[in-house]
Design a binder for this molecule. Structure first.
Ligand code: FEO
Ligand code: CA
Ligand code: CA
Ligand code: CA
Length: 626
């Protein structure tokens, strides 16, 4: 790890710098032995106190996947290890927008394959490292909103900077490559492309003026020198997964915000800083050139990030709103649905080893055409507790249940969750709500610390329940069904939809669940989105070495899941190095937009720098794809 600079690390590796695990443990040695002689593990490792649960009937559906490709409109594809995209027979793809592509005429030609984007044009082009996205019908126009999660400084900065900004301009360049792009797209007869200079086109970055609402807005924890009232934060950062409100606005989710802060002098370390991984050494040296990121100057600035932020794609003049009622943590995405009585429900995951799953429920109710005031600022935040018997409960985070002031418990939702005994999870990534049935799914991407080390707050991470494997490098998808088929209730039942694994390397729990086969295997489920037909699309962000326990899994991929039969089929493979993340559809559902983040080589141009891109995928026969 010491040969890498902090900007080369994955966020999971960065977490580990702040919160190291034991160098090696018994389990690592057992796995190593197992890899050299398949089946060695036998009964040597305990996988948890209860039997593992895969669609065991609690949720009323089998997950055994004997059927080959029944139920899918495509023939599944094999794995790939090359620098290209692969889709099934009868499908086509092409890039729709790449990092550095112009949103406005003045930025035309700004991108250079040798040097990337100059700072003057950096907020007039599509950002880097595409992630969650949604598409909206605004008066018949197709407006797409796309997160740019983080930056790769080595790709954006001049070579002599060696991946760390040397001056304020270079910090500005990096900041502008993150955030959100709002833009109009249209099918010009030759596939979708950006409508340059559309009045809807907009970049939202670290510098965009925001506002905030909910109980923590205006609290002492939010006050800074630039904003003594604590209600006018600037910027959104590390925008990971997405969500959409029922009333047609975009939700961008601030994930690994902690890494942008550092200290140039003395600052007071707090339990909150420790729990959220905020420390003296920033990942990108922003604090050296901008006081806002310097804990010794602005100790409350990190409290203003790590929220779900709402953006109105129909109004380019609108001010984005950070919703403190939904809690502050490393937000993956935000999956909105409705309780039976019309209250708004938002499911959310906190992506870090051993952190929690959350649910927000509004106090007010909503129906089409009614006002939306207060729906995301006045409600209750809950955290999930899973029991071994496949039941579970949403525990309310309130001053009474936590002994914390309301503003404090929202800013430090993790600490509040620990106080009520929430279940530590294997890195909750995207949550998806089934549009056809009262159930929801969360991708638990992986957790090498399961059963090995506590979370950053010291909570134990016992093996069991929906996190059934020690040193879990493959991940699983948990699903739950709320009591009375009502997302507003607090009790639920759960099972595992799939446990990823490698049946060619293991013949124990690490082989995965029955619906994982040598033909569809994968690791590290992350992005997860239902289409309107009820197909669950699963995108991976995992180990693409194709070696060791990942042998035969190839590059990251996108798979389709049938939630009734458990069947899973591979639809797309990413270029080497990339993860697949973000998925939405054209209004007529004939084109799927798929995000390809941090590709390797010179994808997709074939020369110059690799460019994170959103691709369009469609059927040759013109039929719908979602
Ligand atoms: Fe940004 Fe947890 O993925
Ligand atoms: Ca993700
Ligand atoms: Ca991930
Ligand atoms: Ca990632």
């Amino acid at each position: 790890m010491d040969i890498k600079s902090t900007t080369d690390l994955s966020w999971d590796e960065f977490d580990e710098l702040r919160d190291p695990r034991p160098a090696e443990n018994d389990f690592d040695r057992v796995v190593e032995a197992a890899l050299s002689r398949r089946g060695f593990l036998g009964g040597a490792v305990a996988f948890g106190s209860g039997a593992m649960v895969f669609g065991s009937g609690v949720l009323g559906s089998a997950t055994s996947a004997q059927a080959q490709s029944a139920g899918f409109a495509f023939e599944p594809i094999g794995t790939a290890t090359d620098f290209d995209i692969h889709v099934p027979e009868g499908y086509q793809w092409k890039p729709m927008v790449r990092w550095g592509d112009a949103l406005f005429s003045e930025a035309e030609g700004a991108y250079s394959p040798e040097t990337g984007v100059p700072v003057e044009m950096s907020d007039k082009v599509f950002g880097e490292n595409t992630d969650g996205m949604e598409l909206f019908d605004v008066d018949g126009k197709e407006i797409i909103t796309i997160n740019s999660e983080y930056v790769n400084p080595k790709i954006n900065l001049p070579a002599d900077s060696e991946g760390m900004p040397k001056n304020a301009d270079e910090v500005t360049l990096l900041k502008n490559m993150q955030g959100v792009t709002v833009m109009e797209i249209a099918d010009n007869g030759n596939g979708y492309e950006v409508v340059k200079d559309s009045p809807y086109n907009r970049r939202i970055t670290h510098e965009t003026q925001m506002t905030m609402d909910g109980p923590a807005a205006g609290s002492d924890l939010m006050k800074t020198n630039a904003d003594p009232e604590g209600v006018s934060p600037k910027g959104t950062m590390n925008n990971c997964g997405s969500g959409r409100t029922l009333w047609g606005t975009y939700l961008t989710c601030e994930e690994n915000f902690n890494g942008y802060f550092g200290a140039t002098g003395e600052y007071g370390e707090t339990d909150g800083f420790v729990r959220y991984g905020i420390g003296a050494e920033g990942r990108y040296a922003y604090e050296k050139f901008d006081e806002r990121y310097d804990l010794s100057k602005e100790p409350n600035e990190p409290n203003r990030h790590g929220w779900v932020t709402e953006i109105d794609p129909s109004d380019p003049e609108s001010t984005p709103v950070k919703h403190t009622a939904l809690g502050r943590f490393k937000h993956e995405n935000a999956a909105m649905t409705q309780a039976a009585d019309g209250r708004i429900v938002v499911y959310m995951g906190d992506d870090e080893r051993g952190e929690f799953m959350y649910k927000y429920v509004s106090n007010g109710t909503w129906a089409e055409g009614q006002p939306t005031d207060g729906l995301l600022s006045d409600g209750t935040l809950y955290v999930a507790k899973f029991n071994e018997d496949q039941t579970g409960e949403w525990l309310a985070l309130t001053p009474e249940s936590t002994g914390m002031e309301l503003a404090d418990l929202l800013v430090h939702a993790r600490i509040a969750g620990s106080k009520v005994g929430a279940t530590t999870m294997d890195r909750p990534e995207w949550i998806a709500v089934n549009p056809l049935k009262a159930e929801a799914y969360c991708a638990l991407t992986n957790n090498k610390n399961r059963g090995v080390a506590p979370n950053a707050g010291g909570d134990e991470t016992p093996v069991g329940g929906p996190n059934p494997r020690e040193t879990n490098n493959f991940g699983q998808i948990v699903r739950w069904r709320p009591e009375n088929d009502d997302h507003g209730t607090v009790d639920f039942t759960w099972d595992l939809y799939v446990m990823a694994g490698n049946p060619e390397v293991y013949d124990n729990a690490y082989a995965g669940s029955d619906n994982v086969t040598p033909g569809n295997m994968f690791n590290s489920p992350d992005g997860m989105i239902f289409d309107t037909r009820g197909t669950l699309w699963i995108q991976t962000d995992g180990d693409y070495s194709n070696e060791g326990e990942f042998a035969g899994q190839g590059n990251n991929q996108m798979l389709a899941g049938n939630t009734e039969t458990g069947e899973i089929a591979r639809f797309l493979t990413a270029p080497y190095g990339a993860e697949v993340t973000g998925l939405c559809w054209s209004l007529d559902k004939k084109v799927a937009f798929v995000g390809i983040q941090h590709p390797g080589g010179s994808w997709p141009d074939g020369e110059g720098k690799p460019r994170s891109s959103v691709i369009a995928v469609w059927r040759e026969d013109g039929e719908a794809v979602g």
